[in-house]
Design a binder for this molecule. Structure first.
Ligand code: IPE
Ligand code: IPE
Ligand code: MG
Length: 255
């Protein structure tokens, strides 16, 4: 295949699943001499733009880190405001998402949330369940280690109840108990806000994900910034353990 044609093919390559750590809200606000909460509010607007742009670009699944299992360590006031913002965002934005054919799912330990928030989460999931446009997965009170442990617990329960033999526990069986089972693994991971770390986001699922870090603070992350990340992804060669030559010869990406 001529090089030009190959490049064109790569440029068209759109990740099916993008996972984002939406970081930098606090600094965005502090730079404007605003309370941190103003940054979180602006972050909700940035998410709206990201959902829209990702959908338009052909991304099928967008998983976003909204609140980590470690974020409870923040000042009580900020945690309270974040919970309130999550509730308001669900109440005000889900209808629009539904109209845009977006399916909303929330992953993480939701039992820690108050009853009203849990109810709104369930309503959002129920309302949008049959939508077949972009799937928006919101990770809230989520931790990658927690995810692996809850999967291990469920596997152990299945073994104890006799429905599963220990020897049957393989990669596929184990992964079927993780929060993101049923969607393709993330192709592209984006972290805004300048930090180069995973902060206990998806651990298992990121095994072969392409990583992209940007200094842009989350509230400033717009359609153009997403396009830059998508362009970076499109220019990469994913080898999955194979040689570059094998991939060039089109032996398929997986397996
Ligand atoms: C990410 O922004 C949002 C949450 C963690 C909820 P931050 O609040 O972490 O923003 P910085 O990192 O302090 O700027
Ligand atoms: C990760 O951001 C969690 C979310 C974006 C929800 P943090 O700002 O909490 O991460 P650390 O603590 O700086 O690693
Ligand atoms: Mg942060």
């Amino acid at each position: 295949m001529p090089v030009g044609e190959q490049t064109a093919r790569r440029e068209r390559r759109v990740p099916r699943h993008v996972a984002i750590i939406m970081d930098g809200n606090g600094r965005w606000a502090e730079r404007r001499h605003l309370p941190r909460f103003a940054g979180h509010k602006a972050g909700v607007d940035a998410l709206r733009v990201a959902v829209e742009s990702a959908g338009r670009r052909g991304v099928k699944v967008l998983t976003v880190f909204a609140f980590s299992s470690e974020n409870w360590r923040r000042p009580e006031e900020e945690v309270g405001l974040l919970m309130g913002l999550f509730l308001t965002a669900l109440e005000q934005r889900v209808q629009e998402l539904h109209e845009n054919n977006v399916r909303v799912r929330v992953v993480g330990d939701r039992t820690a949330f108050n009853a009203r928030l849990q109810q709104r989460i369930e309503e959002a999931e129920r309302l949008t369940r049959a939508n077949d446009g972009l799937q928006l997965i919101i990770a809230a009170n989520y931790g990658g280690r927690w995810d692996v442990v809850q999967a291990a617990r469920r596997v152990a329960e299945a073994v104890q109840s006799g429905t599963l033999a220990p020897g049957q526990v393989d990669l596929e069986v184990f992964a079927s108990h993780l929060c993101l089972h049923g969607v393709p693994e993330p192709d592209l991971f984006i972290r805004t806000g300048g930090e180069r770390r995973v902060s206990n986001f998806l651990l298992w699922d990121l095994a072969y994900t392409e990583l992209y870090f940007t200094d842009t603070l989350w509230p400033d992350f717009d359609a153009e910034a997403l396009d830059q990340a998508l362009a970076s992804y499109a220019a990469r060669q994913r080898r999955f353990g194979k040689t570059g030559q094998q991939v060039e010869q089109g032996e398929g990406e997986h397996g």
